[in-house]
Design a protein around this ligand. Sequence first.
Ligand code: HEC
Ligand code: HEC
Ligand code: HEC
Ligand code: HEC
Ligand code: HEC
Length: 242
Amino acid sequence: MKIKMVRKIIFLAGLVILATALCMAEVWKAPDQEKAREKAKKIVPFIKEYKDDCKINRKICLMDAGISIKDVKDVYFLLDSPIIKKREDHYEPVRFAHKRHAALIQDCSMCHHYRPKDENALETTRCSACHQDSFNPDHPERIGIKAAYHQQCVKCHTAEAKGPVDCKGCHLQKVPDHKDLVKLPDNADPFQVTAECLRCHDTQGEDMLKTAHWLWKGPSPYTTGHRKDIMHGKGTTALNNY
Ligand code: HEC
Ligand code: HEC
Ligand code: HEC
Ligand code: HEC
Ligand code: HEC
């Protein structure tokens, strides 16, 4: 009976958190986030010619041009390129703390490695001005925008041993709006709620049955005197105190 109670509580808590998150998303929108979202949607004109005469000394070129952290206007970006999204769309936009990166790295040229040939163009243009579709026959040396990000971001994180290299460190899974998915009668009882979630989350349900939350027993490395026990818990040796 107690095990069922715990299951009820866990699923009800999940439902409450989900409902709160959905309501909050409708009421308030972070202005920075909205601006970033708008910017991410724009496809910028393709830049055919780039200036490579200062490629080797790009850092010095940028310093000579007086470019510094003061030129960082966008605190953060949501990377959500329509060029990529028309081919594949598995994840939520990637969050990129631009100003934080610029301040930590102190060298714009690490990322803004080329500039357009046009003297009037901005020194630090968007990557998508030069990297768009992959396998562009007119510019075979240029990799596509997805590869440009993956190579640059992951290469540095690996070299520095800082920042995520695992997919989940950068990518959030797309979670569909549960308002339309969950179908329950008015005043549904907890068992009906659980059953409804399990209709789609059956594997998560199976996984749950293998955890300490369900079994009430498992390893207890942080419990004094029971550090080496592998089957400690209310299901075996411990006393239920409520
Ligand atoms: C350091 C951050 C980072 C890591 C780590 C990373 N990615 Fe990405 N990924 C990006 C960025 C940035 C984009 C471009 C997002 C955009 O503009 O839509 C992207 C785009 C993608 C896309 C296309 C967009 C989409 O929503 O479908 C796929 C697929 C993808 N990555 C898969 C992976 C996989 C698989 C891994 C792990 C092997 C991985 N990524 C690791 C940053 C990262
Ligand atoms: C870790 C990589 C990285 C560093 C370091 C970095 N940037 Fe960026 N920056 C980016 C990326 C990625 C974008 C493009 C985002 C997009 O296309 O949506 C960008 C975009 C910009 C833009 C917007 C361009 C436009 O057309 O809207 C400016 C301006 C800029 N960066 C300036 C700077 C300056 C100045 C520095 C150095 C003080 C700097 N950045 C350092 C990665 C970086
Ligand atoms: C003005 C044009 C231009 C801009 C802007 C630009 N690139 Fe590139 N990029 C190129 C060209 C041209 C090449 C291929 C020639 C080469 O590697 O020297 C290239 C190659 C690359 C490569 C593969 C070779 C290498 O250097 O590692 C990566 C990764 C890359 N770019 C990432 C980015 C990212 C990320 C951004 C944005 C922060 C960006 N690029 C902005 C023109 C540009
Ligand atoms: C030249 C090196 C460099 C490049 C390029 C770079 N990063 Fe990072 N990144 C770092 C470092 C260093 C940290 C650790 C910062 C800290 O200590 O919080 C970091 C941390 C992060 C984090 C975790 C902290 C946070 O800001 O949320 C994310 C996410 C991230 N980077 C995404 C990206 C993406 C996406 C790109 C490519 C568009 C990228 N990075 C390119 C150096 C880099
Ligand atoms: C009609 C199908 C359906 C029903 C019913 C459903 N879900 Fe989901 N749920 C999904 C899908 C699809 C995803 C996306 C990720 C995935 O495939 O696991 C998801 C994702 C989630 C996530 C995010 C998981 C993550 O990795 O970020 C949570 C939390 C969640 N559901 C909770 C619930 C709860 C609680 C219930 C019952 C009240 C429920 N879901 C009912 C289809 C459903």
